[in-house]
Design a protein around this ligand. Structure first.
Ligand SMILES: Nc1ncnc2c1ncn2[C@@H]1O[C@H](COP(=O)(O)OP(=O)(O)OP(=O)(O)O)[C@@H](O)[C@H]1O
Ligand SMILES: [Mg+2]
Length: 134
């Protein structure tokens, strides 16, 4: 796998969630992603950025345009140093929320991308990486 380009931006305040969406949209366009896939990726980014801000206490978004076996992908990581997720199985259940949300952000995001990885531990923060191939 090669990294064609990469960057980082903060995800701390409401406006950063908007900027995260805008960056994801532009990168997906640059990758030549189909509109349907672009929309899925941007929706997943929106959910994860909001979780980073709301539950993670803010963090960062790292992005990479990657190439592997002649295909191009957009990989985005959200990372925070917040409280972490004590019960990941529960958090990955449709409809479960700790905070009065719909509890569909994580599970929805997972369904919208080709690859979804979540690393978390109580007190050690949360890191979610999603990838969508063109
Ligand atoms: N970055 C994070 N740090 C700590 N806890 C998190 C983080 N992201 C998600 N969680 C926990 O996982 C739960 C499920 O997240 P999910 O996004 O699926 O639902 P929600 O944010 O509660 O509601 P929705 O996104 O549907 O409005 C959250 O309620 C929260 O407890
Ligand atoms: Mg959410």
């Amino acid at each position: 796998m090669t990294v064609a380009s990469s960057g980082t931006q903060p995800v701390r305040i409401e406006q950063d969630v908007v900027l995260a969406r805008q960056t994801a949209r532009k990168l997906a366009q640059d990758c030549g992603m189909r509109l349907i896939d672009l929309t899925k990726m941007v929706t997943a980014v929106s959910e994860l950025a909001r979780n980073t801000m709301v539950y993670g206490g803010g963090g960062d978004m790292d992005w990479q345009i990657i190439e592997e076996h002649g295909r191009t992908g957009l990989r985005i990581t959200f990372r925070d140093e917040g409280p972490g997720i004590p019960d990941l199985k529960l958090a990955m259940t449709d409809g479960w929320t700790s905070g009065g949300g719909l509890g569909l952000g994580l599970t929805g995001a997972k369904r919208l991308v080709n690859d979804f990885e979540l690393d978390t531990a109580p007190g050690a923060g949360t890191r979610v990486t999603i990838t969508r191939w063109t």
